[in-house]
Design a protein. Sequence first.
Length: 159
Amino acid sequence: MFERVLSFLRDLPAGASTHASTDDPRIAASALLYHVMNADGVRQDVEWERFKAVLAESYSISGAELEALAAAGERADNEAIDLYAFTSVLKRHLDADARKAFIGLMWEIVYADGELHELEDNTVWRVAELIGVERHDRVEARRKAAAHAPGATGTSSDE
């Protein structure tokens, strides 16, 4: 019996273990932050640096641990077919205030390059809806992030 279990585990595809790890709220958050960073199809260095800074600040990590979390988020996002796999994890693990704060982090990454693209706006809107963040809280978080982003441009569909 034990040999059959070992054989089954050896035959699992190499990427199978990464799917289970998306139940980790840190990886789910990293994947969503990575996703919004790439929503407009252009990943700028300033966005990548802000992405890593948000992860470092949020989880008090640095060095190899930070690089591993950023890479896990990128990998999870690239393998995902939708956002629900990540948003459902955050909704289960975060209270209402933490979910609002997470939307604020997404806006920080959106405005890292000083521009709001309609695909970024749409991504934040969809994530907010899926994790239960009200429209007025999403809009307020966007306004705060835009106010702290020098030369921020672009308009939201909420305006």
